[in-house]
Write a protein of this length. Structure first.
Length: 154
């Protein structure tokens, strides 16, 4: 559809990971013995919305030590849960719905498993959940009328 000139519209979102040390009770028969953590990387709206109104697909590229390391998530929630032993960079590529007529965008997230900083010792002792989140915004310049309608409804 037509593009709206001289207009910019933003949509805020959150992406990042949570991680938990794997306790003996959380290990299944298929859990690799060298895996120490369970983690989830996700991308969603700032109020927990799934963002499927503007996003068609999110591709998470994991470390090549993972089987099928390119994970294409075609439906919300846009997230991947895994177990593992190490931290690494995850590439997160977002593909928008066709009516937006926007190029895909890529971001990077450093998967965090280990607590650090002043609270680290206590967090380790408690087996606390580690969280590493980033706030960002999709910025659409001269959006299509369709995208504008999606972003301004409700
Ligand atoms: C490191 N640069 O050396 C990092 C790489 C890779 C983490 C960390 C493997 C999972 C699996 C896993 O946790 N890889 O066995 O599928 O620390």
């Amino acid at each position: 559809s037509k593009r709206l000139k001289n207009l910019q519209i933003c949509r805020p979102f959150i992406y990042g990971n949570i991680a938990l040390p794997l306790g003996e009770d959380q290990r299944g028969p298929d859990t690799s013995p060298d895996h120490t953590h369970s983690w989830t990387i996700f991308l969603r709206g700032v109020n927990g919305e799934d963002l499927s109104d503007i996003i068609k697909r999110v591709v998470f590229k994991l470390h090549e030590t993972y089987p099928n390391s390119t994970r294409s998530i075609e439906e919300p929630p846009f997230e991947v849960t895994e177990t593992g032993w190490g931290e690494f960079e995850i590439s997160v590529r977002v593909y928008f719905v066709p009516e937006a007529n926007e190029k895909n965008v890529a971001m990077y997230h450093h998967l965090k498993l280990h607590p650090y900083g002043p609270e680290a010792e206590q967090q380790k002792a408690e087996g606390a959940t580690v969280t590493s989140l980033q706030y960002d915004e999709f910025v659409f310049n001269e959006p299509t009328e369709n995208l504008f309608e999606i972003l301004t409804k409700s």
